[in-house]
Design a protein around this ligand. Structure first.
Ligand code: 1PR
Length: 546
């Protein structure tokens, strides 16, 4: 089997990249020290997280001269995400730390006045009509980043680079860049479905460097002017637990009650997690989320069944995978203390791209307010986002409506609602819950999301217990309230019953993504049907490429 060398210097989900490379018929050999670099013919530098952290690690381990030499010798090099950023001179994210300086430009932060930051989702890699490592004008690629290299037409091209761009809001940025055997992508090709595998193949086979910069054959779409290319994300969510027979099943509750309504009250069994995730990937799901809704209490952490679910899923599903449930400091069955960061690390190593934190985030937010909004770096959110980047930390919120008769009835963030309460109350606030909705806390959803944003969460998964499993559409009032409170992206969840509900939430709120569960599991609609419907209504979506 032909070999490619991978430099694993930094935390993150390397497993998916290895899976992608192996799927393409290549073997991965690891670079474990700078002395290993010269033996690499083809070298890949992946990277997630913080520019300064990554570059400092590379520099301290003395990798930078070896990487630079590899590039200068004209050997094939591919940088991914922070691996692309490393080629630049520097980044606003950490101005003290220099990059490799191969590309004469620097990175700046996305503006967040009119859009969510980080930029998370599927966007273009528009080559302006040029041939470039099999990037295609009609394909979409998965990005997740806060800092970008701004694109100024013609500047880098004049220095021999071929550039592909994406546009987010009004900002056009470099999505991929190449010169001869150097190829780097800001997006994650290993998470970009078939389009991503295709560009990795172009690097591995060497075909990408041939014809680089030539005009694309006529018949492929003409070059386009930059316009916001971020698609509406549709996410499939699988609540997973062991049923009464001890099997791991996908289940789905009504307002978090996952048992059948009949006398025996069995846990609803809607299928097997790995198979269902693959089905949703092939139907066009932009991401797949697993929520472990029981904690598998009697099992040593290393044997957590969700680790195997992730390992198996990441072999065939090349879109981002999120895992939630039980991410908090804990004690293993043998009495060893295990931190939330250790648990997250196990999940990332098994193929997860993001972890989702529920109950622990509420408790951390309570402490944050009780200590006068001070942070000490010790919460799970801070620790995981420091190690893996904020894009890797989702906070899953499980709010419940509390109706009140008037605006000043409580200190909490109240809204006027179109759906009055049981006693005709015209106002409500959303109380946060923990332990899968079993315990309600004296904290409103605005307080929670603002606290976790300050701690370094990268995204909010916004459930709604009142709507969960009702098929009655998303709670638009809740989503608007949360969107107005934070800059980080929000995933609307709970209540989706048909494709029109997705259109409604994208049309009537500024949500960044929308998630469905029951309607997909029960086979009422496919993800593809949702996407086709959105497309018909003029919304930008990514379709699965077979
Ligand atoms: O608190 O960090 O251990 O995380 C537990 C996680 O498990 C939380 O994210 C919490 O939301 C979730 N969870 C706990 N119990 C349940 C339950 O259902 N009994 N599921 C549960 C939450 C809600 C959504 C669901 C949408 C869409 N599931 O993820 O998929 O509401 O459903 P729909 O489209 O069918 O309406 P921790």
């Amino acid at each position: 089997m032909p070999t490619v060398h991978l430099l694993d210097y930094v935390a993150g989900n390397i497993r998916s990249l290895v899976n992608a490379i192996e799927k393409l018929g290549y073997e991965v050999d690891w670079i474990r020290s700078p002395e290993d670099v010269p033996k690499a013919e083809k070298l890949i530098l992946p990277g997630v997280g913080h520019f300064g952290h990554c570059l400092t690690q590379l520099s301290q381990a003395n990798y930078l001269p070896a990487i630079k030499k590899h590039i200068e010798e004209g050997k094939p090099f591919m940088g991914i995400c922070v691996g692309l950023q490393a080629l630049f001179e520097g980044s606003e994210e950490d101005p003290e730390v220099p990059g490799l300086g191969v590309i004469p430009s620097s990175l700046t932060r996305f503006e967040d006045q009119d859009k969510s930051v980080p930029h998370i989702g599927w966007n273009d890699a528009n080559t302006g009509g040029k041939v470039m490592y099999d990037l295609r004008p009609d394909s979409k690629y998965y990005y997740v980043h806060t800092y970008k290299s701004p694109y100024s037409k013609g500047e880098l091209e004049a220095k021999g680079w071929t550039v592909a761009t994406g546009t987010y809001g009004k900002e056009t940025f470099i999505g991929a860049i190449a010169k001869g055997n150097i190829y780097a992508t800001q997006f994650h090709p290993e998470k970009s479905g078939v389009a991503g595998l295709r560009t990795i193949r172009a690097f591995l086979t060497g075909s990408g460097a041939q014809n680089l910069g030539a005009d694309l054959p006529s018949g492929m779409a003409a070059p386009r002017e930059p316009k916001d290319g971020l698609t509406r994300r549709v996410i499939a969510c699988l609540d997973v637990r062991t049923n009464d027979q001890g099997d791991l099943v996908v289940t789905k509750g009504d307002q978090y009650d996952v048992r059948e309504k009949g006398a025996d009250r069995n846990v609803r069994n809607l299928g097997k997690p790995v198979e269902m995730a693959k089905k949703y990937y092939e139907s066009g799901a932009d991401e797949v989320t697993f929520l472990n809704i029981t904690s598998f209490r009697d099992c040593p952490l290393a044997d957590l069944p969700m680790l195997e679910v992730l390992r198996q899923t990441s072999l065939t599903v090349f879109v981002p995978l999120t895992i939630g449930g039980g991410i908090r400091d804990t004690v293993d069955t043998d009495g060893t203390k295990v931190s939330a960061l250790d648990i997250a690390t196990m999940y990332f190593k098994s193929g997860a791209d993001k972890v989702s934190i529920g109950s622990d985030a509420v408790l951390a937010a309570e402490e944050y307010y009780s200590l006068g909004k001070k942070l000490f770096g010790n919460t799970a959110i801070e620790q995981i986002s420091r190690a893996y980047g904020r894009q890797a930390v989702v906070v899953s919120v499980d709010p419940k409506r509390v109706y009140v008769p008037k605006l000043d009835a409580t200190r909490h963030a109240i809204i006027k609602t179109e759906f009055p309460g049981p006693k005709g109350e015209a106002f409500c606030w959303y109380a946060c819950t923990i332990k899968g909705g079993r315990e309600t806390r004296d904290m409103d959803v605005v307080e929670l999301v603002q606290a976790v944003e300050a701690m370094g969460a990268g995204e909010i998964l916004l459930n709604c217990i009142d709507r969960d499993g009702t098929n009655s559409g998303f709670d638009l009032e809740l989503i608007r309230q949360v969107k107005a409170a934070v800059k980080i992206p929000v995933i609307a969840s709970s209540g989706a019953g048909n494709p029109a509900h997705f259109e409604e939430v994208f049309d009537k709120t500024t949500t960044d993504a929308a998630l469905g569960a029951g309607m997909f599991h029960r086979g009422e609609y496919t993800v593809k049907q949702v996407k086709d419907y959105l497309q018909e209504k003029g919304l930008l979506v990514r379709q699965f490429e077979g």
